[in-house]
Design a protein around this ligand. Structure first.
Ligand SMILES: C[S@@+](CC[C@H](N)C(=O)[O-])C[C@H]1O[C@@H](n2cnc3c(N)ncnc32)[C@H](O)[C@@H]1O
Length: 258
C-alpha cells in the first residue's frame, strides 16, 4: 500500500457540505472554517483515510481526479464544464495517439481533458492569444502533470495556425466562424470537430459557416445537468441548478475544396 509523503497533492473532502480543499502536503497548517489541520500529519496516511481538524470535523483524504483539479483551477475565463466536455470527448473520438488542435486555451480546462485522452502517444496543440491567460493556463496545466502532451502557443490562431493532419479540432473563442476555414485546412478528411458558444446567435453563425466550409453531420445541442438529492425516503431534485453553460456544436469534416 502506498502511503502519503511530503509534496503529494491531496483532496480533503468534507462530506457533510460537499466541500473540498486541494492541498499539497507540506510543513504548514491548513486554516478552514472547520478548524486547523496540520498538513504534516498527513504523511504516512493512506488514500481514503479520514483526518480530524482541531474543531473535530472529519475530512477524507482523496486522490484528486482531473475534474477535481480543473474545478480548482485558477479561472479568469469561462471554462468548458465537465458535463459538456464528456460528450465533446466522445464526439471528438480521440484516444491515445490522437493529434488534436484546440483554439482558445483560456484557463486550460478543456486542454487538460483533451491531453488526458490523447496521452501518452498523442498531442494537443493549443492556441491562446492573451499572454496573461496563456501563463495562467500553463500554471494550471503544470499541476496536472499533463504538460508533456501539450504544445502551448501564445498567438492569434487566426494568423498563426499551422501544421496538418489533425484528427480533431476543439474551438472555444467568441467568433468561431472566423476560424473554421483555417481549421478545415489542417484537419484530416473525415476529422472530428467540436465548439462551444455561450449564445444561440453564435451557434447559428457557426453552424452556417461549417456548412459552407465542407463540414457534415452538424449538430447543435445543450446538455442539462440536474443533481438529485438521493436520501432514503426523501429523494428529490436539488433546489439549485446551473441553468446554462454553453451550446455545443459538433460536426465532421469531409474534404477541403481547393
Ligand atoms: C472561453 S475561453 C476558453 C476556455 C477554455 N476552453 C477552457 O475550458 O478553459 C476563450 C479563450 O480564447 C482566447 N482567444 C480568443 N480569440 C483567440 C484567437 N484568435 N486565437 C487564440 N486564442 C483566442 C481568449 O483569449 C480566451 O482565453
Amino acid at each position: 500500500m502506498m502511503t502519503l509523503k511530503l509534496g503529494d497533492i491531496v483532496l480533503l473532502f468534507y462530506p457533510e457540505r460537499k466541500k473540498s480543499w486541494l492541498v499539497k502536503i507540506e510543513e504548514r497548517e491548513l486554516h478552514t472554517h472547520l478548524g486547523k489541520l496540520d498538513l504534516k500529519g498527513l504523511i504516512g496516511r493512506e488514500w481514503g483515510e479520514a483526518v480530524t481538524t482541531q474543531k473535530g470535523k472529519r475530512l477524507f483524504i482523496l486522490r484528486p481526479t482531473l475534474e477535481d483539479m480543473i474545478m480548482k483551477f485558477e479561472r479568469r475565463t469561462q471554462i468548458v464544464y465537465p458535463k459538456d466536455a464528456g460528450l465533446i470527448l466522445i464526439r471528438l473520438d480521440i484516444g491515445n495517439g490522437s493529434k488534436v488542435l484546440e483554439i482558445g486555451t483560456g484557463s486550460g480546462a478543456m486542454t487538460a481533458l483533451l491531453a488526458r485522452a490523447v496521452a501518452p502517444n498523442g498531442k494537443v496543440v493549443t492556441y491562446e492569444v492573451r499572454k496573461d491567460f496563456y501563463l495562467m493556463a500553463r500554471r494550471n496545466l503544470e499541476r496536472t502533470g499533463l504538460l508533456p502532451y501539450i504544445e502551448m502557443i501564445n498567438d492569434d490562431a487566426k494568423k498563426a495556425i499551422k501544421g496538418s493532419g489533425y484528427d480533431a479540432a476543439m474551438v472555444d473563442i467568441g467568433d468561431p466562424w472566423d476560424i473554421v476555414g483555417k481549421v478545415a485546412n489542417v484537419l484530416k478528411p473525415s476529422g472530428t470537430f467540436a465548439a462551444v458558444t455561450p449564445t444561440m446567435n453564435q451557434a447559428e453563425r457557426l453552424t452556417n459557416k461549417l456548412e459552407e466550409e465542407g463540414f457534415t453531420n452538424i449538430e447543435c445541442f445543450e446538455l442539462m445537468y440536474r443533481r438529485i438529492e438521493a436520501r432514503l425516503g426523501k429523494t428529490r431534485p436539488s433546489t439549485q441548478m446551473v441553468g446554462h453553460t454553453a451550446y455545443v456544436i459538433t460536426a465532421r469534416f469531409t474534404f477541403k475544396r481547393s
